[in-house]
Design a protein around this ligand. Structure first.
Ligand code: ZN
Length: 116
């Protein structure tokens, strides 16, 4: 699986379609600021993983690590991923189906809140 940023292939559409959230007050979960969710899709023509990865960035340039989380989302039913990758354990399967934090990427203390 090789993931490419949607914005690198369709920059004009991404300009309008990229989603962000704005936290207006410092809370228990996320510091005040804007968070952008950059979508990446699998570019391997032989792969049919049907997943999106989302890199979540903070607009706060003073952040030491502006990429705060890497989320994954598989939109097909669990049975699809079980058939697609029959050797996946039940534990691994939870990272393919539905929303999850990517276990192979560096996450920050804000990642769980961004996943929510
Ligand atoms: Zn794929």
């Amino acid at each position: 699986m090789h993931f490419l940023g949607f914005n690198s292939i369709f920059p004009k559409i991404a300009e309008y379609e990229t989603r962000s959230i704005t936290v207006l007050q410092n809370g228990e979960s996320l510091p005040m600021g804007e968070y952008s969710f950059i979508e990446l899709y699998c570019a391997d023509k032989k792969c049919d993983c049907r997943r999106v990865m989302m890199h979540v960035f903070s607009s706060d340039s003073s952040q030491k690590h502006p990429r705060l989380a890497v989320l994954s989302f598989g939109w097909e039913p669990k049975a699809f991923y079980r058939k697609w990758a029959p050797n996946l354990s039940d534990d691994d399967l939870k990272y393919f189906r539905g929303p999850a934090l990517d276990p192979h990427e560096k996450q920050t203390i804000h990642a769980e809140h961004l996943l929510e």
